[in-house]
Design a protein around this ligand. Structure first.
Ligand code: PLP
Length: 395
């Protein structure tokens, strides 16, 4: 009999972390690898946030805190939702966890019974289906077409809903495509959801602050008829370049928030006290650098999209947020190139040109790959030259 549980056998390690690890290993072995797999800003955490953490240590904020967040951080989160999203929450409608990832994990653990379905539009962030599986639920993957900007349509949503649907996950701007839902698009989905009263909505807004071209961020909890069944997840990892600090949060119905806290009380307890103090400063402090950094990301996005579209066999949409692009490599999957799948494409690219990207199939959509452009322009220039040379010398 295996020591490993059946529930663990249902899942696989994160493919994006695997690619990053592989690139790290190749680099350690002396290879000149350019890693475009990582999902984190290359910028440093701003100094005011670091200083707040140092001050918290000096002040002795080094003990256990309330399991689901300090009152100071919850207050800062309540104010953030009011200020940025015009959403009213009370302190007991907020939960803080060790990264958005833990908040999502706890949510599924706390709410899914065996066989409950979770609608996950594809391409999706790699962790959603596995978290659902681990919690005993059933991921219902709905493939979204490139012609729809990789976004879920009301028609597809309606078709996917069944009696067993417990959650719909929305992630805007999206990892891996960078696609952001406009207010109109969210309102169209909302029409379907208002009719289907049992479906809860999990809105993953972690890339809220990384948007371009005057994109107007809108989150589904702003639709008043849906607010009572929407859990909005967000965090400081991406917007404030704080991936290592591990602070994420959610706001929504009290019963769900309480259940999330219950799981946390029997697993990790509170997120790091020092990181929470830093997150208070992130949310309450100056926000100017967010725009500055978005401008830098935009310059890289424009360069990457243009470069990719200049390569024969590759085509790439222009995303309105996050720091990813999701180009198609379908034009290169044929007998002549001897590449059959997106997986072949990324393996060969790494082998021949030392560029690490992630295959689209890891995100639920074959024939594509994901590039994270959260790296220097110099790296991106080198990477684009190598990808071009790789693609043009395939046959
Ligand atoms: N949601 C999405 C779409 C992400 O891309 C990530 C991180 O890669 C997370 C949630 C979790 O972020 P964290 O746990 O760092 O808050």
């Amino acid at each position: 009999m295996s020591i490993i549980s059946d529930s663990l056998k249902r899942i696989k390690p994160s493919p994006t972390i695997a690619v990053t690890q592989k690139a790290r290993e190749l680099r350690a072995a002396g290879k000149d690898v350019i890693g475009l797999g990582a999902g984190e800003p290359d910028f440093d955490t701003p100094d005011n946030i670091k200083d707040a953490a140092i001050q918290a240590i000096k002040d002795g904020d080094t003990k256990y805190t309330a399991v689901d967040g300090t009152p100071a951080l919850k207050k800062a989160i309540v104010e953030k939702f009011k200020r940025e999203n015009n959403l009213d929450y009370t302190i007991d409608q907020v939960s803080v966890g060790t990264g958005g990832k833990q908040v999502l994990y706890n949510t599924f653990m706390a709410t899914l019974n065996k066989g409950d379905e979770v609608i996950i539009p594809a391409p999706f962030w790699v962790s959603y289906p596995d978290m659902v599986l681990l919690a005993g639920g059933k991921p219902k993957i709905v493939k979204c077409d490139e012609k729809d900007g990789f976004k879920l349509t009301a028609k597809k949503l309606e078709k996917a809903i069944s009696k067993k649907t417990k959650w719909l996950i929305l992630n805007s701007p999206s990892n891996p495509t960078g696609a952001g839902y406009t207010k109109d698009e969210i309102e169209n989905l909302a029409k379907v959801l208002i009719k289907n009263k049992k479906v809860h909505i999990l809105s993953d807004d972690i890339y809220e602050h990384i948007t371009y071209d005057n994109f107007n961020f809108f989150t589904i909890a702003q639709i008043s008829k849906l607010k009572d069944r929407t859990l909005t997840m967000n965090g400081v990892s991406k917007s404030y370049a704080m991936t290592g600090w591990r602070i994420g949060y959610a706001a929504g119905p009290k019963d769900i928030i309480k259940a999330i806290g219950k799981i946390q009380s029997q697993s990790t307890s509170n997120p790091s006290s020092v990181s929470q103090a830093a997150a208070v400063e992130a949310l309450n402090g100056l926000q100017d650098f967010i725009q500055e950094r978005s401008n830098a990301f935009k310059e890289r996005r424009d360069f990457v999209v243009k470069s990719l579209n200049n390569i024969k066999g590759i085509s790439c949409l222009t995303p309105n947020g996050a720091f990813y692009v999701f180009p198609s490599c379908k034009g290169l999957l044929n007998k002549k190139t001897k590449l059959k799948t997106d997986n072949d494409f990324v393996q060969k690219l790494l082998e021949k040109k030392n560029v690490a990207v992630v295959q689209g199939s890891a995100f639920g959509l074959d024939g594509y790959f994901r590039i994270s452009y959260a790296t220097s322009m110099e790296n991106l220039q080198k990477a684009m030259d190598r990808i071009k040379s790789f693609c043009e010398n395939l046959s």
